[in-house]
Ligand binder design. Structure first.
Ligand SMILES: [Zn+2]
Length: 326
């Protein structure tokens, strides 16, 4: 494995202590204008075929949290009241490959594997994620298939699992598997439950980033999580972020901005901290509040509400979501 590949594993850094502050400053630019962004296509594939999504629940998971996450994933391709998760995904489907095939609108939750026994321990390196996926495929009971024609693997680690760079540099990442580890090249993403380890980093804006050096806003300045748990509601937006990026840049050679391939800015990286119109400078933008005061910007199946960051629209040349006011 070349050093470049090792370094590329670091891509998709979402919200680290330096990025948050920088992102809060720069999002004002990206929400409103486009001149600074040079998102380009690098000739690689996008996920154009219907996606079959496989979850690996690594560690001990709260069933309530699991059902929130499942409902979000079901919502990507299901109708719900406008603005819905599926409406949000529509921006992702604008991206196409060189044959003109767009990112699919069909994302189906097709299998789940429960790694209750922490098969690779309670500390995982980035490369370990591939071994976790392989273990799920090798299980005697209900193994996941090696689905090379549309499979996308989502490793979700429970709150007691430490992951390399988690809470220090990343909240999630995506990459693709190596044939010598998993048996084929398939895209995957990892997201960790941050509720215990670093909600201020990875569950923003439901928890205040203490490292910011600024005092938390008074009153109800911290948004209340729409599904009742800062960790899992924060995770939803990170999962959405990774799904958008793995779909538009599955082999890290399709859609990204920047000239440095070892630290690309992908379609969601450009919109960190932006959840509604006017976002920037620490303001999440215009989002809704339900009758309990919980913040959300998208509707999902089963009456769910989610707060999900926007993604870069190549048509509007700015960050966009269906709850935009303009
Ligand atoms: Zn990213």
């Amino acid at each position: 494995m070349s050093i470049v590949k090792v370094v590329v594993l670091l891509l998709c850094t979402l919200v680290n202590s330096s990025v948050v502050v920088a992102a809060l400053d720069r999002t004002a630019n990206y929400e409103g204008s486009s001149d600074l962004v040079n998102l380009r296509y690098h000739l690689g594939p996008v996920l154009a075929s219907p996606v079959r999504l496989y979850i690996i629940w690594y560690g001990r998971w709260n069933p309530t949290h699991q059902s929130t996450i499942r409902d979000f994933l079901y919502s990507v391709s299901s109708a719900a009241n406008y603005p819905s998760v599926a409406d949000w995904w529509r921006t992702v489907t604008i991206y196409a490959d060189q044959s003109g095939s767009n990112v699919t609108g069909s994302v189906a939750l097709s299998g789940e594997f429960h790694d209750w026994g922490y098969s690779h321990g309670n500390y995982l390196s980035r490369l370990d994620m591939q071994s976790v996926i392989k273990t799920a495929m090798n299980s005697y009971t209900r193994p996941l298939p090696l689905d090379v024609r549309g499979g996308l693997y989502l490793v979700l680690t429970s709150g007691d699992v430490r992951v390399q760079d988690f809470c220090r540099a990343v909240c999630g990442f995506h990459y693709f598997t190596f044939p010598h580890v998993v048996g084929a090249t398939v895209p995957y993403a990892w997201v960790g439950y941050s509720g215990a380890q670093c909600p201020g980093l990875c569950a923003y804006p439901f928890a205040w980033p203490g490292y910011s050096g600024m005092p938390p806003p008074s009153g109800d300045g911290i948004m209340k999580p729409p599904n009742g748990d800062a960790g899992v509601d924060g995770m939803i937006s990170v999962i959405a972020h990774e799904l958008a990026e793995v779909s538009t840049n599955p082999l890290v050679n399709a859609w990204y901005a920047g000239d440095d391939p070892t630290s690309p800015s992908e379609v969601a990286d450009l919109c960190i901290g932006v959840y509604g119109s006017g976002a920037g400078g620490g303001y999440v933008g215009a989002v809704n509040k339900d009758k309990w005061g919980d913040g959300f910007n998208l509707n999902g199946v089963n009456g769910r509400k989610f707060l999900v960051q926007w993604v870069w629209s190549p048509v509007k040349n700015r960050c966009y979501g269906p709850n935009a006011l303009d």
